[in-house]
Design a protein around this ligand. Structure first.
Ligand code: PLP
Length: 405
């Protein structure tokens, strides 16, 4: 394949690709573990992992071998037929989540879409056609397809595409009284991310999670935990909803599951699964052999090799380092997060920090305008956490000097 320069790549895209993304001026061609290499061979420390996706780092030899083996055996047959891998991945996912069954999709937004559809189907099957509404949280992000977008908080994402799926009522996380008022006899489900990701790395409080659980128990409203970003080891737990005491009927997963191969899933309780009939939902690609082989490999690594323990240890160290940074640099007003899902709330827009970090060879990401989001691979080495925080230290020192100049 012809090697393109950065200028050639950007020119081609400028001509032929729809500009839905505001890309940073860098093109990557190769990766290894926590490192990415651009077209000019420059090395970067990757502390965003393709937004929480490349959970095993880049070019993991075991994953690469599993994918190559699957590619030379059988990639796809559709959901017209059985294959041996879907059931195995579902068995693993249900075991670690405590949910009963899985539906496979190809992305996080489809996993959330599945949650919304199955919630409505549950009430429809029960003969209650009125319970079609959803309660979502302020700062929530569920994805870009119409259903998931409807339960996404940011108006910039929603407004141009209205009318969306409704009715949806947004409630401020932590406001139990508002939640109480929002849930009516028309509510199909409450949807919440146990830790809001795009919204700025904001864990739900235990008290608010209990309020969700209690109101769902009392009113029969279904609970949807969107674990697309927080799930599958990111927090040092297989899922974060049990840590908060949430009792979901539906759980969405994506991102880390395929470690870079697109795959998502909607996990559900038996009572929801029993409400679903053949033909109710489907997708051509969902859970194909390639996706399932990658997912199976990832789940084995997560559960059988001590990866969760590593995330806990590395996450504690990361937290210490970030807290020390915050003490040193007053522009950091708060550090938030769990495990290897971390955010720095700044007093200023995060863009100059992100740009300066990249120029110094560290990839991190801006979310919710003033938050620096850090999602290193789950197997990140401790030495790389030190290196990343050293780079951030230099970045904040430079920005601090600029602000005070
Ligand atoms: C919590 C959550 N749900 C859903 C999504 C949508 O996932 P995808 O971008 O794979 O469609 C995201 C993506 O960032 C997410 O963080």
């Amino acid at each position: 394949m012809k090697k393109l320069t950065l200028d050639e790549i950007t020119a081609l895209e400028a001509q032929h690709v729809v500009t839905t993304y505001k890309r940073q001026p860098v093109a990557f061609v190769r990766g290894s573990g926590s490192r990415l290499y651009d077209v000019d061979g420059r090395e970067y420390l990757d502390f965003i992992s393709g937004i929480g996706v490349t959970s095993l780092g880049h070019a993991h030899p075991g994953l690469a071998a599993a994918i190559a083996d699957q590619a030379s055996t059988l990639l796809h047959t559709s959901n017209l037929y059985y294959h041996p891998l879907q059931g195995q991945v579902a068995a693993r996912l249900t075991k670690i989540s405590g949910m009963a069954r899985a539906f496979f999709a190809n992305s996080g937004t489809e996993a959330v879409e599945g949650c919304l559809k199955f919630a409505r189907r549950y009430w429809y099957t029960k003969g209650n056609n009125e319970r079609t509404a959803f309660v979502a949280l302020e700062h929530a992000f569920g994805g870009r397809t119409m259903g998931s977008l409807s339960v996404t908080w940011d108006e910039h994402y929603r407004t141009p595409f209205q009318p969306l799926i409704g009715p949806v009522t947004f409630v401020k996380p932590g406001d139990a009284a508002a939640l109480e008022a929002a849930v009516t006899d028309r509510t199909a489900a409450i949807i919440a991310e146990p830790i809001q990701g795009e919204g700025g790395i904001r864990p739900l409080s235990n008290d608010f999670a209990q309020a969700i659980r209690d109101i769902c128990r009392r009113t029969g409203t279904l609970c949807i935990a969107d674990e697309v970003q927080s799930g599958l080891g990111r927090t040092g737990h297989p899922f974060y909803f049990p840590v908060l005491g949430l009792e979901p009927d539906l759980v969405s997963v994506g991102k880390a599951l395929g470690s870079g191969v697109p795959v998502g899933a909607t996990l559900m309780s038996e009572r929801v699964a029993q409400a679903i009939s053949p033909g109710d939902h489907g997708t051509t690609y969902g859970g194909n052999l390639l996706a399932c082989r990658a997912a199976l490999f990832f789940l084995e690594q997560l559960m059988d090799t001590g990866l969760l323990e590593h995330v806990n240890t590395a996450g504690r160290l990361f937290e210490q380092r970030l807290r020390a940074l915050a003490l040193k640099h007053p522009v950091i007003v708060e550090t938030r997060g769990v495990g290897l899902m971390r955010g720095l709330q700044l007093a200023i827009d995060a863009t100059p920090i992100i740009d300066s970090a990249r120029e110094r060879g560290l990839l991190v990401n801006r979310t919710n305008e003033k938050v620096v989001r850090l999602l290193p691979p789950l197997n990140v080495e401790v030495a790389d956490i030190d290196r990343a925080t050293d780079i951030l230290d230099a970045v904040f020192a430079a920005v601090g000097a600029e602000v005070s100049a």
